[in-house]
Design a protein around this ligand. Structure first.
Ligand code: NAD
Length: 277
């Protein structure tokens, strides 16, 4: 079964399942990304912050898969929120990837407490989009109140909002806000970096369906309509995480997994996170 695509608000299609490369050291990234492309992934999620954009670009070139068939996302790092810095950082991202066009570029964090207003940053993203060198632009870790300011003070709607979502943090208020404003939600740390896989509800559904805990949780995301990109450097897991489109969870299983929500983050809170390298 093939990976479905989701249409962004500007008509661009994004594969619903991708491969995330956060915390993959650069010296392992070429091999891990090539493995994912061999397995069939056609969507890679990286970031300047991850320090492995060069290796992602190299893997795409070496894979033999046509560049046009792989959807690649990168993100603007926290130190580059001023307009001129953002434009330069985007140029550097493209140069490091070795691409002449990126598929999706995101503001990595809103950083609402630093001395640069994220509306300035978003206006730079509008310029980047207008240049034609990026097929879509969006945000990451934006709450509804951050997004409302963008709507009020800029022209372009973000195509996606990439936020932390997994059964311990269903994040349904932000997801609903995104959906109401034609913004696709991407779920980061979809298996909570492994923390949800031993949960008795997850393992019970895994036994019942004859699937692994990771597949059950990733399938829950898929049926909720979010985009996901689990990370692994282990080929068998990369394969396992890709095999999500030949089974279905029933409404009871879906509700039981959503019922695990306990507002528990694995990463920082977007309203207070202010780390600038
Ligand atoms: P994840 O939820 O994808 O978990 C990855 C970890 O889970 C792996 O390191 C491995 O230990 C384990 N794992 C993976 N597959 C498994 C399997 N089948 N069985 C058992 N264990 C398995 O965590 P993540 O890497 O934090 O998130 C995925 C991607 O989301 C990242 O690579 C990155 O692209 C993105 N992300 C974005 C942000 C952001 O601020 N925008 C933050 C974190 C992550």
């Amino acid at each position: 079964a093939t990976v479905p695509t989701i249409r962004l608000n500007n008509g661009v299609e994004i594969p619903q399942l991708g491969f995330g490369v956060y915390q993959i050291p650069p010296e392992e990234t070429v091999e891990a990304t090539r493995t994912a492309l061999e397995v069939g992934y056609r969507h890679i999620d990286t970031a300047e912050m991850y320090g492995n954009e060069k290796e992602v670009g190299q893997a795409v070139r070496e894979s033999g898969v046509d560049r046009s068939e792989v959807f690649v996302t990168s993100k603007l790092n926290n130190g580059f929120h001023r307009r001129d810095d953002a434009l330069r950082a985007f140029d550097q991202t493209l140069a490091d990837l070795g691409f002449d066009q990126l598929d999706l570029f995101l503001v990595h964090w809103p950083l609402p407490t630093i001395d640069v207003d994220y509306v300035e940053t978003w206006k730079a993203m509008e310029e980047i989009y207008a240049s034609g060198r990026c097929r879509a632009v969006g945000v990451s870790n934006f709450n509804p109140h951050h997004l409302r300011r963008l709507f009020a003070e800029s022209e372009l709607r973000p195509a996606v909002n990439q936020i932390e979502v997994h059964p311990y943090l269903a994040n349904d208020e932000v997801r609903a806000f995104d959906a109401d404003h034609e913004i696709v939600t991407e779920a980061w740390s979809p298996i909570a970096q492994g923390k949800v896989l031993g949960d008795p509800v997850v393992t019970r559904i895994a036994e019942k369906t004859g699937r692994t805990p990771a597949q059950v949780v990733l399938r829950w995301h898929v049926q909720r309509g979010d985009v996901v990109f689990p990370k692994s450097v282990t080929r068998s897991r990369v394969e396992e995480n890709f095999a999500l489109f030949d089974f279905e969870l029933d409404t009871g299983d879906m509700a039981a997994l959503t019922g695990l929500d306990r507002g528990e983050r694995t990463g920082p809170d977007p309203d207070t996170f202010d780390y600038v390298p």
